[in-house]
Design a protein around this ligand. Sequence first.
Ligand SMILES: [Zn+2]
Length: 423
Amino acid sequence: MANQGLKLSKYSVGTGDRFAHQAKAQLQACVQALAAGIEVVPVWNKSNREHTIIGSEPISVRQAADAAVKALDWKLPYFCDADHITLQTVGRFLDACDFYTLDVADFIGQPAAAADIEHFVTRHPELIGHIQLEGVDDAFEITAENLRQTAQKYLTAVKKAGEVYRTILAAKGEGNFIPEVSMDETDSAQSPVELLLILAAIADEGIPVQTIAPKFSGRFNKGVDYIGDVAQFAREFDLDVAAIAYAVKHFGLPENLKLSVHSGSDKFSIYSAIHATMKKFDAGVHLKTAGTTWLEELIGLAEAGGDGLALAKEIYAQAFAHCEELCAPYATVIDIDPAKLPSPDAVRGWTSEQYTSALRHVQANPAYNSSLRQLLHVGFKVATKMERRYLDLLEANEAVIAKNVTENLFNRHIAPVFLGRKA
Ligand SMILES: [Zn+2]
């Protein structure tokens, strides 16, 4: 797969900016990383679902990114990611984006044609038997039946990714965009062996994939910490990275291919494991932290006091009143304990400090409330409905919000993952 063109740097961070007001504050976190000695390039991502709920167009992401880059005189690459797009939704992203997350999760498990499965098995005799990966003690023992089962489960999805890839290719030309394949928004995790075989199928399909987002084992709820066996995650992450190195060497995939950790927002307890693997294998990572910048806006508003705090309380009250409908689309990725949600009346009496302590993701703070945080995480629709009123307060309180956005992204995400610092 020659002529790679645009190339994603070794370390990159995906950030979401629902209301398109924080690009500069987010980029500032990458500037801080640079000052700390590491190049982490920003990728601004926004999915079709988000654009639809907010009522925005992909070009607004590009404009906000361009303006931030200009304002901070950022000289390194940066990208705009059409996050989780499909054949149905890719169209509106073709002009504005140069990074495409091809989401094929819906096609996982859709049976592939028998002939395609057999073709895959006969095409890859080299994968049958003992596969020793570099840098890990375990080896993969792969049978023809493993190949058949993986093809049965994933080949249709990979072929779909190929269709979406070729649609973008026809519009933008080779080397003018970065393709990512995502399989994270599905029920069951992919094992490292499956990842290796999926990469073989992706290479067969001719997709020069630069990042791949598998579903890892454990629970990745929105905006809160990882729930699962960290040691097992660490073992699997090692194997995934080793499988990628193998795939680059043997399947001709781009040499900068790396893992993309989605649902990456606030999975603090696995960050040190991710960093350890990156060091051990000298591997790159794309860390998607989407979704929590909006919470930093709320924290900044609350911290500002006055009208800002009043609005933050009102947003909580409305989110509380519409809890069920706000949570329904995210049922599989949130765990809210209704008994832990304070009443809107109680919140109305809170100080800035009480509000920010409950919401800010500092687990050591006894006042931190993960149920409240998750509810507000999915509650951005409430702010969307407020339109100018919300945006005017964002603008009036820009400094205090920006400080929170930058600190959160740098101290709690970039520094632990890329610099190995404790949060
Ligand atoms: Zn994802």
